[in-house]
Design a protein around this ligand. Structure first.
Ligand SMILES: [Zn+2]
Length: 236
């Protein structure tokens, strides 16, 4: 402090010497309180580019539905004050390994892959099903079981999302499956597959149906956002 005061005194003297008014002391800028890290949700519209996914109707492919639903879900989450990014926001081709690498690099609080199917009814929420015996060795994460450390958290989030969506009386199921790239992800990860409730796959392309599902899922995520913020996933 002595050095600073001395320097300040010299600065004032110099100003006075130049015939200028001495500047009023300026309070040091307040140190901002550490900001709470925002919860980032990473949405991955499955398929895309040269991989159309399932042909849901003669004119609608899965990759189009997943992207449309991802964009709607982003809108719904953003409207609820939740930070959200799309892993692809165009018709690009990405392998599941590329998707996992991108998701692991961005370290979201939650990763959600979106799929669509003409089979089944309503919403299925998947978590990874890991192969046995994939322990990590030293500092290297085993790619096939990268999800291991986050799996219990993924399961807890799955249960909360399923319970919240079921409250809307929408058909919803919780499942585990080795669905790529869930096993390769470090953050908590879900895959949500949407199916028609009418048995008619054209419902999947309907704006109203997509909107209803996205609002229900966004409400579910918003209701658990505080727990995502304090989670021990890869988003410290
Ligand atoms: Zn799919």
């Amino acid at each position: 402090m002595r050095t600073t005061n001395t320097a300040y005194a010299i600065f004032i003297s110099a100003c006075v010497a130049w015939g200028q008014a001495a500047p009023a002391p300026v309070a040091p800028p307040a140190v901002p309180a550490p900001a709470e890290k925002p919860v980032l949700i990473l949405i991955d519209p499955a398929h895309g580019g040269s991989d159309p996914g399932a042909l849901l109707t003669p004119s609608v492919s899965e990759k189009e539905v997943t992207l449309a639903v991802a964009r709607r879900l982003r809108e719904e989450l953003t409207a609820r004050g939740i930070l959200c990014q799309l892993l692809r926001d165009n018709d690009s081709t990405l392998s599941t390994d590329q998707r996992a690498a991108m998701a692991n690099a961005s370290g979201p609080a939650l990763y959600i892959a979106l799929h669509a199917s003409s089979l089944g009814s309503g919403v299925r929420v998947f978590i990874a099903l890991l192969p046995a015996g994939g322990d990590d060795h030293g500092p290297f994460l085993n790619w096939d079981t990268a999800q291991a450390a986050a799996l219990s958290r993924s399961k807890a989030i799955q249960a909360l999302v399923v319970a919240a969506v079921q409250k809307t009386r929408f058909p919803t199921r919780a499942l585990s499956a080795p669905l790529a790239p869930l096993n390769n992800l470090k953050p908590p990860a879900l895959a949500i597959e949407i199916s028609p409730t009418t048995g008619d796959a054209s419902q999947l392309a309907s704006t109203g149906y997509q909107q209803m599902i996205c609002a229900a899922v966004a409400n579910a995520i918003a209701s658990i956002a505080p727990s995502l913020r304090t989670g021990t996933g890869s988003h410290p």
